[in-house]
Ligand binder design. Structure first.
Ligand SMILES: *Cc1c(COP(=O)(O)O)cnc(C)c1O
Length: 378
């Protein structure tokens, strides 16, 4: 067996369209995982596919030091979509790589080493990002990691302010924790993070790898708190399924970023997909659809299964349902009995991250499937 890392599901996927996937028998599945939020526009979106086909026929790759139109368009689209002041765009290939860059940039720009991260946080699996990831299961076999990382309880503004001092290079935090269980922080938490990092001269890094690209109802989740960090990272949905990540940086970070780079940074094909994805999200106001349909879906879930589960939480189309039995059993039943694909977040949370083009009829289908599987639990 050559595939030694991924455990495989009993469904072989053949093709996708919009919010649906089809297996080799032609069975249709409503995709409420979007393969970890990687297809915000839905599967096989025509604008992205066309941009990729067009670029592949022209030029697949050239190193980043030669300007090419596709990369310039990706830069422009991201700079226009970035929170004000974060128009310095660095492109890479994944979420962990975007966070790795953010941490290195922050160390270089501040000349300090200490990183403050949050309990239950997830920032990726390469050595640097892993050192800021909370879950010991991911870390233990690989210790020692980079060191000088302090973890504080998520959502606790006082604990954060206490941990941040004049040796702190960066605070890295998700606006809503994804892998950790769809944890929404208390109001004012992101603003408090902004204040204490500014006071200490430390960089504030928002990891929007999962919350970004419109998932929570605005292009960036941190917009809803009205807080702009020094570095905003995103990946997952950035190229609607192609491997792409980005670190959007403030001037003071970009001006002193240090010798960091990557060979595949902003390759033309991936850049074409980034441009098409970001432009389509913005032009078609997909984030506001995510906000509206997300609200509709959560209201439906509350009414149908609110009393049968421990909690339903989230924002937009980033929804966590804390179930009373193991999440994996519920997910298996959802897939095999109700043709609905979703994700776990930890042991007890069923996580919904559907494509952001979901409509109200799809949402009704989600409610039906979840009430079939989770309704009447005690
Ligand atoms: C998935 C994720 C990452 C890691 O992204 P990869 O592309 O898998 O490296 C980092 N941060 C958050 C919040 C994530 O959800």
């Amino acid at each position: 067996m050559s595939n030694f890392i991924h455990s495989e599901k009993p469904i072989r996927i053949e093709r996708g369209e919009g919010a649906y996937l089809y297996d080799t028998d032609g069975t249709e599945y409503l995709d409420c995982g979007a393969s970890y939020a990687c297809t915000p526009l839905g599967h096989d979106h025509p604008a992205v596919n066309e941009a990729v086909h067009d670029q592949v026929d022209r030029l697949t790759f050239v190193q980043a030091s030669y300007p090419v139109d596709a990369r310039d368009r990706a830069f422009d689209a991201l700079a226009a979509a970035a929170p004000e002041g974060l128009e310095n765009v660095w492109l890479c290939n994944s979420g962990t790589e975007a966070n790795e860059a953010a941490l290195k940039f922050a160390r270089s720009a501040t000349g300090r080493s200490k990183i403050v991260a949050t309990m239950q946080g997830f920032h990726g699996r390469t050595m640097g990002a892993l050192a800021t990831t909370w879950n010991n299961d991911y870390r233990d076999p690989f210790e020692p990691l980079i060191g000088d990382v302090e973890f504080v309880p998520y959502g606790d503004s006082e604990a954060l302010a206490e941990a941040v001092d004049d040796e702190t290079a960066a605070v890295i935090v998700e606006p809503i924790q994804g892998e950790g269980g769809i944890n929404v922080p208390t109001d004012g938490y992101l603003a408090a993070a902004r204040e204490c990092t500014e006071d200490a001269g430390a960089a504030l890094v928002f990891d929007e790898v999962q919350t970004g690209m419109g998932r929570t109802g605005t292009l960036w989740a941190s917009q809803q708190a009205g807080v702009v960090p020094d570095v905003l990272t995103t990946a997952k949905g950035l190229a609607n399924g192609l491997p792409a990540g980005t670190a959007l940086c403030a001037d003071w970070i970009a001006d002193d970023h240090g010798p960091h780079n990557a060979t595949f940074s902003g390759g033309p094909v991936v850049s074409a997909a980034v441009d098409a994805t970001v432009s389509t999200l913005v032009e078609e106001e997909v984030p506001s659809n995510a906000g509206a349909v997300g609200e509709y879906l959560r209201a439906g879930l509350d009414a149908a299964i609110g009393d049968d589960v421990r909690e339903i939480r989230g924002e937009g189309l980033m929804i966590g349902i804390e179930v009373k039995r193991g999440a994996n059993r519920a997910l298996r039943d959802l897939a095999l009995d109700s043709n609905l694909l979703a994700l776990p977040a930890g042991r007890s949370v069923v996580r919904l991250l559907p494509p952001l083009v979901l409509d109200e009829d799809d949402a009704d289908e989600v409610v039906d499937a979840l009430s079939n599987v989770l309704g009447g639990e005690s």
